[in-house]
Unconditional design. Structure first.
Length: 467
């Protein structure tokens, strides 16, 4: 165990009854009475008693359901990431607590050694998984935590000495960090997303930048310079004396520390010394955005001591993760690809670059986050032959695609099942049916994974019909 004693935490408050809230409450309850005096969990206005609350109460946790009004006095509050810091629920808790933090901050304070922080609007999960894979390839103990894998508070209780936590961190999680100090921080990109939570692009970008907030001079940040928001972050970090490895798949940064494509070669330059690690043709993940993810993960692994030969081997052996441009089968000469994790416009635009223009039947739709659709419509019209629009956002997306004249065929369907049938009917041999929705899944599914699994089930059923 590497969990370090950080002194007494006193009376603790937990906000939210989802996976994070339950994990935090269970962890804090395990510290009673030596370090924690009491644990109180407020589930929020929509919460209700059930098996989960009874399980927590059996551990000594006081559970309050059905309200956003917090009362009492607490030394520390830990908020779940889905609770905006401007919400009445959060503000009510803040008025009753000496400090409000998020779960990654709590886990770091409890076990602060050997953390890697990875964030960005898109690419976090692939980069986190790949960085963990590369560290293990180099003989280091590593575990993916955060938005991917285990909540950190679950992981610290079983953490082995010398192991690395590679943390995928969302803007929600980073917004409530204060002392969090990773060994290396990665910022992949910043494009519009979650503005209903952060309200402004500036607030969203500032939350992402918090991954670098406590890096000290001489420590490493891997930051993309392919978008304006990230370039600003890189420049501010360099002024603080942080070593910034400038990440790009659009050009070759003119800096001593950079990670970039030279032709189809993945190159990492540190201190002016270059290493060519792999060719894009050797990777099992495809698309320029995945080359960017691979470069970021490779830079992290090299920084933490993995040999370049092990990095090269690990890059070639890494397989696509579930729901992110994941091959789902081929039926009748038509390829099916599950990209259910593409829940925003930018991720879809990047995914489309992995396929030949004019060969894609794209499935778009889901819960409508109100995102501006102009750039998405341009990209879809330019690269797809057919777009099947479904779900709550389907009609708005369809109208955006039809706003300009083009050869794109636009089809409407109410739900994913009907959209899949329509896509199959439209697809030709040699083409790809791509589920890359540009929307979250909450109009029809519990989460994007459930949506992706249904897509794969439908592909399997289609293949079975043809046997």
């Amino acid at each position: 165990m590497t969990v370090s004693s950080q002194g007494r935490l006193g009376d603790a408050l937990v906000l939210g009854l989802g996976r994070t809230g339950e994990s935090v409450a269970r962890y804090l309850a395990s510290l009673m009475p030596e370090r924690v005096s009491s644990v109180t969990l407020y589930g929020g206005a929509s919460s209700a008693p059930g098996e989960k609350t009874r399980g927590l109460e059996a551990l000594g946790v006081t559970v309050v359901c059905g309200t956003d009004e917090v009362s009492g006095s607490f030394d520390l509050a830990v908020a779940s990431p889905g609770i905006p810091d401007t919400s009445d629920f959060f503000l009510s808790a803040a008025s009753c607590a000496a400090e409000v933090i998020g779960e990654p901050e709590l886990a770091w304070r409890e076990s602060p050694e050997r953390w890697v922080a990875i964030t960005g609007t898109n690419g976090k999960t692939t980069t986190t998984s790949l960085a963990t894979h590369l560290l293990r390839e180099g003989g280091l103990a590593a575990e993916s935590v955060g938005n991917i894998g285990l909540p950190p508070t679950d992981a610290i209780s079983r953490r082995e000495p010398g192991s690395w936590f590679v943390a995928e961190l969302s803007s929600f999680q980073l917004a409530t960090t204060r002392l969090f100090h990773p060994r290396v921080a990665v910022l992949l990109n910043v494009t519009p997303d979650h503005l209903e939570w952060h309200h402004t692009m500036e607030a969203y970008a500032a939350a992402k930048e918090r991954a670098l907030a406590n890096l000290a001079p001489g420590e490493l940040a891997v930051v993309s310079v392919d978008d304006a928001w990230c370039r600003g972050v890189a420049e501010r970090a360099e002024r603080r004396g942080i070593v910034v490895c400038r990440l790009s798949v659009a050009g070759e940064p003119d800096s001593a520390d950079a990670a970039f494509l030279r032709g189809d070669a993945l190159v990492v330059r540190r201190g002016g010394v270059e290493r060519e690690l792999a060719r894009t043709s050797e990777l099992k993940i495809f698309g320029r955005h995945n080359a960017e993810n691979a470069l970021a993960a490779a830079t992290v692994a090299l920084e933490l001591g993995v040999d370049a030969a092990d990095v090269s081997r690990g890059l070639a052996s890494f397989s696509p993760i579930e729901h992110r441009i994941e091959p789902a089968g081929e039926v009748g000469g038509v390829r099916f690809v599950n990209d259910s994790k593409a829940t925003n416009v930018d991720s879809v635009e990047k995914a489309l670059t992995a396929f030949d223009a004019g060969t894609v039947v794209l499935m778009l739709g889901g819960h409508d986050k109100g995102t501006e659709l102009g750039t998405l419509a341009d990209s879809v019209r330019g690269r797809c032959r057919v777009a099947v629009c479904f779900g709550e956002a389907g009609e708005r997306i369809a109208r955006a695609l039809e706003a300009e004249p083009s050869d794109l065929v636009v089809v409407r369907a109410p739900h994913l099942r009907e959209a899949f049938s329509a896509a199959v009917a439209q697809a030709r041999s040699g083409e790809t049916v791509l589920l890359s929705p540009a929307c979250s899944s909450f109009d029809e599914f519990a989460n994007m994974a459930e949506r992706g699994r249904l897509f794969k089930d439908l592909v399997r059923d289609l293949a079975a019909e043809g046997e």
